[in-house]
Design a protein around this ligand. Structure first.
Ligand SMILES: Cc1cc2nc3c(=O)[nH]c(=O)nc-3n(C[C@H](O)[C@H](O)[C@H](O)COP(=O)(O)OP(=O)(O)OC[C@H]3O[C@@H](n4cnc5c(N)ncnc54)[C@H](O)[C@@H]3O)c2cc1C
Ligand code: FES
Length: 265
């Protein structure tokens, strides 16, 4: 992990309120793995004071890409950054997904809303992994959002050969309902399939339900948690999450990827 001064290579709107930013840094491209994140200083002055955490969306030849939703001051400032502007970043931070987890016929990735952001680099790694354990595995990606225009990255997953299923709460695309209901419907007719792993990122309520479904089906499940962060390195205890058996873990240092069974939901 380093503090580095980098440069914006590209920052473009990909849907209303959602942006992709390419950041030039061969160091980050080499050092980062799916599931890890960076902390970006969004402004040159002290407002906002704290850096904002963003997950690794994709690894590029000359840097990395992040995908973010504008939800407040920090992300609004980020969306204004132009090509060539400098960026102050700390990273890589956190652990990463374990792609070797579990053995079986098919792997499931499930995303809720902007939770899709870190799952593209994971799918890319799974798709290109030369390991025999992954060879021939099907990759299913379930993407849920409130409405059609908030469904992101469908094409990226399809390009990797993944089978993509969509859920929208308003029914404007795909299954009408929550991604977790789609997951239940997806799993129910195939009780004989031994899924090796579920990987999930999205709102906490969604992750809690995914964890419950995975436990019920005895499928190993890795989740990417999001908590408000300050230091990003385990020093301020601001991102503590309660774990089973008592005690807390820090999402920034011990996570953001956890085995779903570890968390005291
Ligand atoms: C490890 C990690 C990885 C993340 N990766 C991504 C990513 O790839 N793409 C992306 O768009 N966002 C990601 N986030 C969330 C992102 O960090 C926040 O949306 C961002 O910090 C908001 O900053 P802001 O100044 O724009 O909004 P603020 O003004 O700080 O907050 C605006 C609203 O967003 C809520 N909020 C802020 N931070 C979080 C959070 N961490 N979790 C839940 N709600 C929050 C606030 O409660 C408030 O309602 C990630 C968070 C973590 C912890
Ligand atoms: S953000 Fe400070 S301990 Fe995690």
């Amino acid at each position: 992990m380093r503090q580095i001064n980098t440069m914006v290579l590209e920052n473009r709107q990909v849907a209303r309120g959602f942006y992709k930013m390419r950041i030039g840094s061969t160091y980050l491209a080499d050092a980062m793995s799916p599931g890890q994140f960076i902390e970006i200083r969004c402004s040159d002055d002290l407002n906002p004071l704290l850096r904002r955490p963003l997950g690794l969306h994709r690894i590029l030849k000359n840097g990395i890409e992040v995908l973010y939703e504008v939800v407040g001051k920090g992300t609004a400032l980020l969306s204004k950054k132009r090509k060539g502007e400098s960026l102050d970043i700390i990273g890589p931070l956190g652990n990463g997904f374990d792609i070797k987890a579990g053995m079986g016929q098919a792997t499931i990735i499930i995303a809720g809303g902007i939770g899709v952001a870190p799952l593209v680099s994971l799918a890319e790694e799974i798709a290109r992994s030369p390991r025999p354990a992954l060879h021939g595995r099907e990759l299913y990606v379930l993407i849920g959002a409130c409405k059609r225009s908030h469904i992101l990255c469908e094409k990226d997953f399809k390009k990797l050969g993944a089978k993509v299923l969509i859920a929208t709460e308003d029914g404007s695309k795909g299954y009408k309902g929550l991604a977790t209901d789609l997951l239940k419907d997806f799993l129910n007719p195939k009780p004989y399939i031994l899924y090796p792993a579920i990987y999930a990122c999205g709102p906490n309520e969604m992750l809690k339900t995914v964890a419950w479904i995975a436990k019920d089906r005895r499928i190993p499940c890795q989740i990417s948690l999001e908590e408000r962060m300050a230091c990003g390195v385990g020093a301020c205890l601001g991102c503590a999450v309660k774990v089973k058996g008592g005690g807390y873990k820090m999402v920034c240092k011990d996570g953001p990827i956890f085995n779903a069974e570890e968390i005291a939901w």
